[in-house]
Design a protein around this ligand. Structure first.
Ligand code: HPA
Length: 260
């Protein structure tokens, strides 16, 4: 299994994979469940981040088990989806952003595989947290499909599960955040530490608190995800066959080795 999809809010179904089977993978951090199926002759993994019925909130996702399991299954490239709010007037509801950097405002999470001891003391380079090669394939595929997708944007991760206050959103905007979500930290960090290429397709579901004319709701987020679900599926499925077999990025090199 070379490629896996991590589905965020509104993406719980591996869609057009065939011969789907479920695998339970044992990791040092607990068991992770992943679906595996075939698409165009290749085995693809699918992991719904919040569980199949959206029962796991962002601060309770077992990010380390999930990423460790992908690594253990031989995955090299991860395409992840996330619903996000926008602080940037140029990024509008229903549009995609192919994220290229992040800011971290989370508070309670475990951020690393490297806890000292046998794992060693490792300081991983994060100059390119998101795989530039995957982003380039996503940009090209979106253009081909006529789907509006911005090339680059800064994802600010908040702790949740509540949405942000207007003051928090003003702060995030001033500090350079374009998008807000609750899950990409520590997911992208662990993926990068593990040497996986990680590409994030963020879908803007709402303008952020204080910018939006109306109060925010999870139902609104899911409704927009649902309306644009076909575009998201098309983008992922058309991207997969275009991902080069050889990795021409530095994701594997710059990351530490977690020794799975
Ligand atoms: N804030 C945080 N997470 C989100 C939002 C938001 O406005 N929209 C979708 N996920």
């Amino acid at each position: 299994m070379r490629i896996a999809i991590i589905g965020g809010s509104g993406v719980y179904d591996p869609g057009i994979l065939s011969n789907i089977r479920e695998e339970k993978v044992t990791t040092p951090y607990g068991t992770a469940v992943i679906k595996a199926g075939t698409y165009q002759g290749e085995e693809i993994g699918f992991m719904p981040r919040h569980g199949e019925k959206h029962t796991v909130p962002p601060h309770k996702v077992n990010y380390r088990a999930n990423i460790w399991a992908l690594k253990k299954l031989g995955v090299e490239r991860v395409l992840a989806t996330a619903a996000v709010g926008s602080t940037n007037p140029e990024f509008k509801a229903g549009e995609f952003v192919l994220v290229d950097d992040f800011l971290d405002f989370t508070k309670t999470r475990v951020y690393t595989f490297f806890e000292g001891g046998a794992m060693g003391v490792v300081h991983t380079d994060f100059t390119t947290p998101y795989c530039p090669e995957l982003r380039q394939v996503l940009v090209a595929t979106a253009a081909e499909l006529g789907i509006k997708a911005h090339d680059g944007g800064v994802y600010a991760c908040t702790e949740g599960p509540r949405f942000e206050t207007p003051a928090e959103i003003r702060m995030i905007r001033q500090l350079g955040g374009d998008l807000v979500g609750m899950t990409n930290v520590p997911e992208v960090i662990l993926a990068h530490e593990a040497g996986l290429c990680y590409g994030l397709i963020a879908m803007v579901t709402n303008m952020a608190a204080g910018i939006s004319a109306t109060p925010l709701s999870h139902e609104e987020v899911l409704a927009i995800m649902d309306q644009n679900g076909k575009n998201l599926r098309d983008l992922i499925m058309r991207t997969i066959p275009c991902i080069p077999r050889e990795r021409n990025c530095r994701c594997e090199l710059t990351a530490g080795k977690i020794g799975v």
